[in-house]
Design a protein around this ligand. Structure first.
Ligand SMILES: Nc1ncnc2c1ncn2[C@@H]1O[C@H](COP(=O)(O)OP(=O)(O)OP(=O)(O)O)[C@@H](O)[C@H]1O
Ligand SMILES: [Mg+2]
Length: 223
C-alpha cells in the first residue's frame, strides 16, 4: 500500500452566501503535499489562497470535500483535538498577522509555546528560544514594544518568529515577506528555509513573489 500524503485536500469546496448571491471560492480543489515538501501557492488576488491555507490548517470548515493529515480527515475531529494538533504541529503566519495588541513582542512570540504548556511564567530556556527567534528576524531590540508600536514589516517579522517558536512540523505562511524590503525578506527566508531543511519541515507558502516561489520545490496555482 502506498503511504498517504502528509497533507491532502480532496475535492475541497468553499463558498460564501452573500446578499447578492453565492461567492464560490474553491470548487473541488484537490492537492497532495508530502512530508518535507516546500510548496508555494500562487494566484491572483481573490483567487482563494488564504481561504485554502486556513482550510489546510483546520482553522476553517469546508463546504464540501475534506482535508486529511496523514490520511485522517481533520474535520471529523473535535475542535479541541484540532486545536491541540495545530498547537503541536502547525505554525501559521497570517496575512494580517493576528498579533495580540495587549501583549508585547516577547509575549506574542511566546503564545504558541504557552499553548503547549501550563506554566504561568515561561522557563528560561523557552525565553532564550523566543529571543533567539526574535534575533534572527532582527527584533531583539523591540522586546517591550506592543504591535501598534512596530512598523508593518516588523509586525510581519514578529508573526514569522512566533510561527516558528515551536519548530512546527508544518509551517503555513500567507505572504510572509509581502511587507519587507528585498534584503530583509531574503534574510527572513534564508532563516526559514535553513530551519526547514535542517529539520525536514513541510512548508506551505502563499506568495505573489516569483523569487520566493523559485525557492520552493513546487508551485500550486489557483484561479
Ligand atoms: N468571510 C467572507 N465572506 C464573503 N466572502 C469572502 C469571505 N472571505 C473571503 N471571501 C471572498 O473569497 C475570495 C477569496 O478570498 P481569499 O482571501 O482567499 O483570496 P486570496 O487569494 O488570499 O487574495 P489576496 O491575494 O488578495 O490575499 C475573495 O473574493 C473574497 O472576497
Ligand atoms: Mg490572501
Amino acid at each position: 500500500m502506498t503511504e498517504p500524503a502528509y497533507v491532502e485536500a480532496v475535492a475541497l469546496e468553499k463558498f460564501y452566501v452573500m446578499p447578492h448571491g453565492k461567492v464560490e471560492v474553491l470548487k473541488g480543489m484537490s492537492l497532495q503535499i508530502q512530508r518535507g515538501e516546500h510548496v508555494c501557492i500562487m494566484g491572483a488576488s481573490g483567487s482563494g489562497k488564504s481561504t485554502l491555507m486556513h482550510l489546510l490548517a483546520g482553522l476553517d470548515t469546508p463546504d464540501g470535500g475534506e482535508v486529511r493529515i496523514e490520511g485522517e480527515s481533520i474535520h471529523t475531529w473535535k475542535e479541541s483535538k484540532r486545536a491541540n494538533f495545530r498547537a503541536k504541529h502547525i505554525g501559521v503566519v497570517f496575512q494580517n498577522y493576528h498579533l495580540l495588541p495587549d501583549l508585547n513582542v516577547l509575549e506574542n512570540v511566546l503564545i504558541p509555546a504557552r499553548a503547549l504548556n501550563t506554566w504561568r511564567e515561561p522557563a528560561s530556556d523557552v525565553v532564550a528560544l523566543a529571543k533567539s527567534r526574535l534575533k534572527s528576524v532582527g527584533l531583539l531590540h523591540r522586546l517591550e514594544h506592543r504591535p501598534v508600536e512596530l512598523s508593518g514589516g516588523e509586525q510581519q517579522r514578529l508573526a514569522v518568529a512566533r510561527a516558528l517558536i515551536n519548530e512546527p512540523e508544518i509551517l503555513m505562511a500567507d505572504e510572509p515577506t509581502g511587507n519587507l524590503d528585498a534584503e530583509t525578506g531574503d534574510q527572513v527566508l534564508d532563516d526559514l528555509f535553513r530551519l526547514s531543511e535542517e529539520k525536514k519541515r513541510t512548508l506551505v507558502i502563499v506568495t505573489h513573489d516569483p523569487r520566493l516561489a523559485a525557492r520552493c520545490h513546487r508551485t500550486i496555482r489557483l484561479g
